[in-house]
Design a protein around this ligand. Structure first.
Ligand code: FAD
Length: 357
């Protein structure tokens, strides 16, 4: 059994109290559901001097609806609360589907949306016990991301890409691609005040410094605009085990299609292919045309270039690249309203693929 090292603990009662605790201690870490941070502490990936729990902060709870159908989620809303909300399933399907596919019911009962959006990046060479990582001489990410105390000397190398000056650990949050596709913004609070940014700006393409959140900031709320008329959204996830597993590919899409079939707005976002969610330039590739099979073919070929997975998670990377094309096709076929039982174009694409070993 892995035991956690010693750390101090405080259960904040307000956003202000949590922000002060962060500001006062550069070694402090936030704890929401703890489903990711606690195993990480036990594996010595993090070595916080202080854990600041957010679970007793009332301002961080609750799903709130605006009169216009916009959605505000407190950072400590659990994934189960999202999944149990039928209105979310109806109006923001991509978010609901992403939440429903995270881990297991038990983990979704504890895991929060804020914790999911700030989830540590993952890698075959990092998500291991400390003994395993010590045996390979660690890597540049070991023992933990910036802001936590360092207990072991980092190896200084990225085992995924030996000449890379930065860490290639991969963004593995299911909710981030879905919420970016839906145009979400997030509020970050510190003792100095609040700022609200588009969710995609929360992320940086660096496996160690993978968010732009300052150490003294906490994420307090997620704001999702109301769905425009004739807009559909969805989220497709590839994972090793169907029962529960982290994504090795996620494709989120939101599309507004006019009555005559012309695409008026499009957002497509890929997860688990880089250290941050990758926004595909869907506007220039799709908007203004109709979603014919030929248009989907052309889009899929160009969009798949945005998916450049490395050998840092499960499945063969060449297969992951190819399967990205099938997932992009599947998402677009679903969004144009194809019968899910007969996504013909997708089936043709999938039939051409050899399963990964
Ligand atoms: C077996 C298993 C399977 C899993 N499968 C999946 C999966 O399929 N998909 C997936 O996306 N995740 C998965 N997870 C990861 C995790 O359970 C979820 O992402 C969960 O939503 C994390 O939320 P949490 O509240 O438990 O975060 P915590 O573990 O409490 O925190 C995670 C990180 O976010 C930071 N943090 C938490 N709240 C805030 C905040 N308000 N502001 C700023 N930083 C904050 C913490 O300091 C920490 O760095 C899995 C975990 C396990 C153990």
């Amino acid at each position: 059994m892995m035991r956690a090292p010693r750390f101090r603990y405080v259960a904040a009662r307000s956003v202000g109290e949590a922000a002060r605790a962060l500001a006062d201690d550069p070694g402090a870490m936030l704890l929401a559901g703890g489903t990711d941070v606690v195993p990480g502490i036990k594996r010595r990936q993090h070595a916080p001097s202080l854990l600041v729990s957010l679970r007793r902060v009332p301002e961080l709870r609750g799903i709130r609806w605006g009169d216009d159908g916009g959605l505000e989620l407190g950072a400590c809303v659990t994934l189960s609360e999202i999944v149990e909300d039928g209105r979310v399933a109806q109006s923001h399907a991509a978010l609901w589907r992403a939440a429903a596919q995270v881990a297991t019911p038990q983990i979704r009962n504890a895991g929060t949306v804020g914790g999911n959006l700030c989830l540590d990046t993952r890698c075959n060479y990092y998500d291991q016990s400390i003994e395993w990582r010590r045996a390979i001489g660690f890597c540049m990410k070991a023992p933990g991301p910036g802001g936590t105390a360092r207990t072991e000397k980092a190896g200084g190398v990225c085992w995924v890409a030996l000449s890379s000056p930065k860490c290639k650990a991969v963004s593995s949050t299911d909710l981030a691609p879905a919420l970016i596709a839906l145009g979400a913004r997030v509020t970050l609070a510190s003792t100095g005040g609040e700022r609200r940014i588009p969710l995609e700006e929360l992320y940086a393409d660096d496996g160690m410094a993978f968010t732009t959140r300052r150490h003294d900031e906490l994420l307090t709320a997620i704001h999702v605009p109301p769905p425009a008329a004739r807009t559909r959204s969805t989220y497709w996830k590839l994972r090793r085990r169907g029962a529960f597993d982290f994504p090795v590919l996620g494709v989120a899409g939101a599309l507004r299609v006019a009555d005559d079939g012309t695409v008026e707005a499009a957002r497509i976002v890929l997860g688990a292919v880089a250290s941050k969610p990758v926004v595909v330039d869907a506007t220039s590739l799709l908007v203004g045309g109709a979603l014919t099979d030929d248009a989907i073919d052309a889009f899929e070929e160009k969009a798949a270039r945005f998916a450049r997975p490395l050998d840092n998670t499960d499945f063969d990377l060449h297969w992951r690249k190819r399967v990205a094309r099938a997932y992009l096709t599947g998402v677009l076929c679903e969004l144009r309203g194809d019968d899910p039982a007969s996504l013909g174009l997708l089936q043709r694409r999938a039939a051409a693929m050899v399963p990964a070993g």
